[in-house]
Write a protein that binds this ligand. Sequence first.
Ligand code: SAM
Ligand code: FES
Length: 359
Amino acid sequence: MKDEAYLRHAELVNKLDEQHDLSDSELKELIESPCEDTDLFAAADRLRRKIYGEDVYIRGLIEFTNHCKNDCYYCGIRRDNEAVDRYRLTDDQIMDCCAAGYDLGYRTFVLQGGEDPYYTDDRICEIISKIRKAYPDCAITLSIGEKPRESYQKYFDAGADRYLLRHETADEAHYRKLHPASMSLENRKRCLFDLKDIGYQVGAGFMVGSPYQTTENYIADLRFMQTLDPDMIGIGPYITQSDTPFRDMPSGSLEMTLRMLGILRLMFPDALIPATTALGTIDPQGREKGFKAGANVVMPNLSPTAVRDKYLLYDEKICTGEDAYQCRGCLEGRVYGAGYRMVCDRGDRRHAPREILKG
Ligand code: SAM
Ligand code: FES
């Protein structure tokens, strides 16, 4: 019986490796398989090495505001969480983060924050223009939530080139369980397609093990991303935050997160896939394990140490005490220790020719 399960697991991994797709029922079998994923990780690692070699790209993350007008039930900086000490970085502080990052070799800056109305389109464009002018060789990534198409266009015209907006879940009923009525999956998807259409390199993604999530929800996520064809796919475990309505919900598991990373690499061979801070939070070796399961990006924090412990999306978040220099050193050690190479260029997606994917 056990042998049969292993044979079937291997068969599914082989098929996914060769065809970069499975039927819904095959995906369900693989996602729910009782077997270990050694063969899945080996296949994912082989494929990533074919396209990206040993390269792991670094992106400098600047968490510039923890104010948010949204109230997502899972998120530590949601509007109704009164325990949060709110902050905003000034333009000068943001530029200081970029300067420190540039000196450390970073060529991508990711500006992430809650949906904070203080940062009007004009303010965001001003920040983008300053960074673009000072660092013409760097990629500027935004991760500031849902906006009208016109706003996305303005940011793009000001010099932003990438946008991260996890779709969170592609299933309507699941989306409703994670978000208040003021938010909609339809709008989130609209944003992603607008961003793509404007010309951004787009990142989508979801949390693994989020409350009420089912295997069918994962399959819907994978199918949605096949339609979107994102350049980047950000996934990490859901981690409980004790000041949210989901305080009693269990966190997602390391095993399922790694399994999803492996599946994503085989389904989206040339995607940029980070080993996230959340993955490093649920397991001390989580990011190293993530690289070996197919991840090829890390996003060390560049925010000033004084505000790090105020951007607590979830409990026990790591890297809140280190400065930018320490974070980079620590991650570089982890990347090399796992058998990969940290790369300091912009790290654009390498669209893999079909021949590479065969055989
Ligand atoms: N406001 C922007 C947005 O909505 O895309 C960016 C900031 S938001 C905090 C970034 C991501 O954090 C979300 O897309 C979500 O997947 C993740 N996140 C929020 N709460 C989390 C939790 N409790 N555990 C793990 N990830 C979480
Ligand atoms: Fe807005 Fe989490 S609820 S960033």
